[in-house]
Design a protein around this ligand. Structure first.
Ligand code: NAI
Ligand SMILES: CC(C)CCC[C@@H](C)[C@H]1CC[C@H]2C3=C(CC[C@]12C)[C@@]1(C)CCC(=O)C[C@@H]1CC3
Length: 358
């Protein structure tokens, strides 16, 4: 019908019946877990994409790869040529806990990204921040964006994510025609995630997932990667000089807080591992994790090992941390596109090699 033909034309910029609008964007960190999902969705929506990353992890038609370090402005400039929209979702892995690396990439590197965007005439910058910027290791229930930044962030990763977010939001400058916004996701999961499911399975295979830290009732947000991508694209497409979103952060969640240990159990059981059953007091495990951390520092000159239960992970496993995405609903028209149940099913199905006995 005429209606469905017109809807097709409006919803998809690749329709042959309309003049093509240039939709060129860059994804810094586009080789990573979130970055690649974002790139795939942008291609679906008719964008052409430049990926800038220190590594190239795949090839796709419609994507131009630029390999380089985001601290190098000249390298960035060649990737930002003719680009009006930039997504910045690069970061060192939180588990690296390398203060100097986080400061170099997340703080100084982000200053370089902003400067390169200004030099290249980029109009919009969408940062992937993190809901953890307000998390201090104590309960956050239905946290809104107006919560203050953590005064005592739980690790260097979070500390530098705070500085990074401030830099990007403060760089928003309507008279200069440079608009910025930050998306704060929490606990991203989905196919190809290198962090959550692999760490969980590794711990299960070592027999370390028998215990529940605390009483197991703490609610947490886990956000399916496609919802996070959806939030980023909505933010980019709503970012205009007359929009209330300029220079603001937005929580993007699944809007279905779940008990941390129920989520872990569903993933573990889905992959054929037993669910954790025995309870341990939170303060005991947190204290042990601190002790273990101290040991790794003392022993660093002679041997190095990475404990599974770091104080940061114990804090995340034993406290409430879920966030309101009402502002994203109101200002971006956001609504999760994949439910938690469906997200978990898709995730479990995507890791056949991590199943028990595989
Ligand atoms: N995974 C999660 O649960 C959450 C992630 N985030 C944020 O989302 C973003 C994406 O995270 P993931 O996709 O999970 O991580 P990831 O590690 O899969 O991807 C990060 C990408 O950044 C690239 N990168 C790192 N240093 C770089 C540099 N100096 N120059 C250029 N590229 C560099 C890496 O090569 C990698 O491809 C990050 O900003 C992270 O802080 C926020 C909340 C939760
Ligand atoms: C061994 C178990 C107690 C925990 C295994 C799962 C954890 C690896 C993950 C559970 C919550 C996750 C999480 C993040 C990383 C992976 C977990 C700790 C982040 C720290 C990633 C970066 C962020 O910005 C915030 C995330 C919060 C939740």
């Amino acid at each position: 019908s005429f209606y469905s033909w017109w809807q097709l034309c409006l919803g998809n910029n690749r329709c042959d019946c309309l003049p093509q609008v240039s939709k060129r964007c860059a994804v810094i960190g586009g080789s990573g877990f979130l970055g690649r999902h974002l790139v795939e969705k942008l291609l679906d929506r008719g964008y052409s994409v430049s990926v800038f990353d220190i590594r190239q992890s795949y090839e796709l038609p419609g994507v131009t790869f630029h390999q380089g370090d985001l601290c190098d402005k000249q390298a960035l400039l060649s990737a930002l040529k003719d680009v009006s929209l930039v997504f910045h979702c690069a970061s060192p892995a939180p588990s690296s806990d390398d203060r100097l690396l986080f400061e170099r990439v997340n703080i100084r590197g982000t200053q370089t990204v902003i400067q390169a965007c200004l030099d290249a005439g980029v109009q919009k910058l969408v940062l992937t921040s993190s809901a953890s910027v307000v998390f201090e290791g104590t309960d956050v229930k239905n946290g809104k964006e107006d919560l203050p930044y953590a005064k005592k962030p739980i690790d260097y990763y979070t500390q530098t994510k705070i500085e990074q977010e401030k830099l990007v939001l403060e760089a928003c400058n309507k008279p200069k025609g440079f608009l910025t916004v930050a998306i704060r996701p929490h606990g991203i999961f989905g196919p190809r995630d290198p962090q959550l499911v692999p760490t969980l399975v590794d711990a299960a295979r070592q027999g370390k997932m028998k215990f529940i830290i605390g009483d197991g009732t703490n609610l947490v947000d886990f956000t399916y990667v496609e919802n996070v991508v959806h939030g980023h694209i909505l933010a980019a497409e709503h970012l205009r000089a007359d929009s209330p979103i300029c220079g603001k952060p937005y929580h993007i969640t699944n809007d279905e807080p779940i008990r941390f240990w129920d989520f872990m159990s569903e993933v573990l059981v889905g992959l054929g591992y037993p669910a954790p059953r025995f309870h341990l007091p939170y303060t005991l495990v947190y204290g042990l994790a601190l002790l273990l951390l101290l040991l790794t520092w003392i022993l660093r000159p002679v041997m190095s090992f990475k404990p599974t239960f770091t104080p940061m992970r114990v804090a995340l496993a034993g406290t409430y941390h879920y966030y309101s995405c009402e502002h994203a609903k109101e200002h971006l028209g956001y609504k999760p596109v994949v439910s938690l149940k469906e997200g978990i099913a898709r995730t479990v199905a995507s890791y056949p090699h991590l199943r028990r006995g595989a």
